[in-house]
Design a protein around this ligand. Sequence first.
Ligand SMILES: Cc1cc2nc3c(=O)[nH]c(=O)nc-3n(C[C@H](O)[C@H](O)[C@H](O)COP(=O)(O)OP(=O)(O)OC[C@H]3O[C@@H](n4cnc5c(N)ncnc54)[C@H](O)[C@@H]3O)c2cc1C
Length: 415
Amino acid sequence: MNPKNGLLEQRPYDEVPRVDYVLVGGGLQSGLMALAISHHQPQASWILIEQQEKLAGNHTWSFHATDIPESCSAWAEPLAEYRWPRYEIRVGGRVRTVEIPYRTCSSEHFAKLVMPLAQQAHRRILTNTTVDEIAPTRVTLSDGRRIDATAVIDNRGPVPPNVRNFAGGFQKFWGFELEFNADWPHANPIIMDDQIDQQDGFRFIYTLPMERRRVLVEDTRFSNTPSIDREECLERVRAYVNSRGYHDYRIVREEQGVLPMPTGGSFPGSGLPRLAGGYRGGWFHAATGYSFSMALQVADCVATNPAERLPQALQELSHEHAWRARFARFLNRLLFELVKPKTRYQIFRRFYRVLDEPAIARFYGHRFTPLDAFRMVVGIPPMGLRPFQFLRSYTRLPSARAVIQPSTQPHKVPG
Ligand SMILES: Cc1cc2nc3c(=O)[nH]c(=O)nc-3n(C[C@H](O)[C@H](O)[C@H](O)COP(=O)(O)OP(=O)(O)OC[C@H]3O[C@@H](n4cnc5c(N)ncnc54)[C@H](O)[C@@H]3O)c2cc1C
């Protein structure tokens, strides 16, 4: 073990022969591919390359248990580090318990599952190593060395922000993991509680009780702007826990994200010059900014197809998702362009009122049916809807404007 970062010491890579796969980036998508390939093709050789000193960044990845397709369960079930049987939604004065098991996986847990895969001689994980150039069958590292592969997959995560070209809104959040000296009253997550001041779009608090006295409390917004201020979010989080009678706590960890919710732009995996997964390939749910469920499907697709057939297999997967990606962009137009920020909450209230659990699960898993889509939007329009723009947006094709993928650099907890 490397005593500094707790990772397995890596063998030098100068004698690496040609491998089956090079996975560029050591975040969610590459880690899932490493797990899936090692499960489905135990003899396949791969090398995963991460520029940071450790894998997986600083995330708490949450997902519905139903996001894990049957075909992935053998290798993906261990990802569920924390498990809850249900969660709550509190929007617009309504409370709903959603009977779908909810799961969370921290970066540390994720890295602990992925790192041991490289104990086999035909698999390698290189950290502190930057890839400078990517070609379909070769990568060039920043020190000039090259590695050849049957398939190179670009999983380098979001591209740097380009706010000017972006059409859409953002899900942005700042989470504080708090340690209390008394039990938190809720055993299950509350993934939306809008009983806080509504500013900067639709705003709510998200709580994940990891343990009875350790809770991730996140100030979250669906906003038209990407800017986020730590102190302001902390203020809201403080006010929220204080209002529940908790004044004594310490911050043990923080994370923040600004996730794109495009109203136009390219669809998953389309128009790319090379094989790309995760955020880099556009494989995320446009209406939530989340990518866990799609990343699982992409990893499964990569691992269950021969490396030579990947371009075609990923294109087929992209086609499967295309109409849903288009509909999710329409929902974003509804949320960010067609209703006033003050009435945004009605869209969520309606969503959780009209959909039953299987439909909610399909929505988050990007597996919703045309009937689910119909039920989401047909009915009494939310107050504040701009009717002309609404009708027009049904016929509007996604714009060619680029999709922003804002930076998700980990934030260090001060002192
Ligand atoms: C704080 C946060 C919380 C989130 N929570 C959720 C959630 O709960 N559920 C959900 O579904 N989604 C969530 N998301 C959205 C999404 O799932 C994550 O952003 C996810 O990590 C994206 O996966 P990825 O593999 O595409 O990119 P990343 O996980 O960002 O991985 C990309 C990796 O590539 C490395 N890299 C980049 N360039 C190079 C290079 N040249 N050479 C080598 N390595 C390179 C980076 O260092 C990074 O480690 C969250 C996002 C954030 C920021």
